[in-house]
Design a protein around this ligand. Structure first.
Ligand code: IMP
Ligand code: MG
Length: 201
């Protein structure tokens, strides 16, 4: 894990940007996640529903890698973050374009934190009559979970709950989504996490 950049105010370092997950490791894990999607949906039509905006970066990486012939792509707009924290009352600001009734749906997001956004998406899709619902997320801050999402979730990396991260579509107030690595901006007094990520099954 490397320090990418140090922020200075009056020559005094106030924050540093630390690379939590290098691009090559993210890319290898996306290969694995993509193979998992292929195994899960090889015999059936799947509707991938990405949660805007961050999830679209992960969803497009999965679509680019996919060799499934019966795979479709859709979007749902949910907002829940306000700068550097998330709330209990996410809002749906854009509906999927497809009919959900009877579909095998795979929700794709960049990160699950407290769990409220995932719960909101799942409830919406259940109400819409989805035949099955699974979820895939690149990152999981599971130690922050406040609500059980109640469906199977395929996770790329488990990361520490206290890290607000950028990159791979993840932003801070709309900035920082760029780049294929995952970065953590922290005050200089905060310790660098000893275990930056865990790769689950
Ligand atoms: P939850 O509802 O608390 O699980 O928050 C999930 C949503 O909050 C994600 O889809 C992200 O949009 C946003 N979010 C949570 N943690 C982070 C972070 O560390 N960086 C950027 N966005 C985050
Ligand atoms: Mg999001």
């Amino acid at each position: 894990m490397g320090i990418l950049q140090e922020g200075l105010i009056n020559e005094t370092p106030v924050y540093r940007e630390v690379e939590l997950i290098p691009e090559g490791i993210v890319s290898e894990r996306l290969d694995h996640l993509s193979k998992w999607v292929e195994q899960e949906y090889q015999d059936k039509n799947v509707l991938v529903v990405v949660v805007l905006k961050g999830g679209i970066f992960v969803g497009s990486e999965l679509m680019r890698r996919s060799t499934l012939s019966d795979i479709e792509f859709d979007i749902i707009g949910i907002s829940n973050s306000n700068g550097q924290s998330t709330g209990k009352d996410p809002k749906i600001w854009l509906d999927p374009t497809n009919t959900i009734k009877g579909r095998h749906v795979l929700i794709v997001d960049d990160i699950i934190d407290k769990g409220w956004s995932a719960k909101c998406a799942i409830e919406y899709l259940k109400k819409g009559g989805a035949e099955s619902i699974q979820m895939l997320t690149l990152l999981d801050k599971r130690e922050n979970r406040e609500v059980e999402v109640g469906i199977p979730i395929k996770v790329g990396f488990i990361i520490p709950g206290r890290c607000w991260v950028e990159g791979c579509g993840l932003d801070t107030g709309e900035k920082g989504r760029q780049g294929g690595n995952v970065r953590y901006r922290q005050s200089n007094s905060a310790p660098i996490p000893e275990t930056p990520y865990i790769i689950p099954d």
